[in-house]
Design a binder for this molecule. Sequence first.
Ligand code: DX5
Ligand code: ZN
Length: 219
Amino acid sequence: MAGRTIIAPSILASDFARLGEEVAAIEAAGADWVHVDVMDGHFVPNITIGPDVVKALRPHAKIPFDVHLMISPADPYLEAFRAAGADYISVHPEAGPHLNRTLKQIRKLGAKAGVVFNPSTDPSVIQWMMDEVDLILVMSINPGFGGQTFMHSQLRKIEALRKMIDAEGRDIPLEVDGGVTPETAPLCIAAGATALVAGTAVFRGGAERYAANIAALRG
Ligand code: DX5
Ligand code: ZN
């Protein structure tokens, strides 16, 4: 689908001691969404931030907050993230127990419901409920850490999901997360991605580089 690629900087790569300023800086630099990586040290081998931090950051930017939950279970925390200001809430099917119930709950809370695909997760997991998905996020790394190398094997999956979205006929954003750089971004876009998450590639070089770093991902 044509249109400007959505750029969602992952604040995982920002200066955690200055998170509010970092969020304001990426908005000023042209970011479309703020990508928030939530990790529990159980579903993934790292611990990051919770709903109170999202709540504290929310006044620092007007653009949507794209909250990527790498926690299991996710259901008990959906309401808190929504109340904190999450606009998109995405979950991994493996977080369990019932993906469809989780998506319905996210929508009921008034947020957009996203599904995240680990490198090993098959597109068929959403095949029978495309009408209940508002965002598709393809991991091009194993979740847990920033700064990893892009897995080219995931390009075919992006293509497959592009076909499923086109068949559905709704403009569901198709987002890619992990190892996205000015070199790999065009590959994702050519495969059908419409949104790109980038941590390292946006936050490197300091705030004066953010606008150029974001522009470089748009190609
Ligand atoms: C990893 C996170 C990513 C990560 C991307 O689990 O989901 O959003 O921050 O970092 P980079 O862009 O550095 O690969
Ligand atoms: Zn992420």
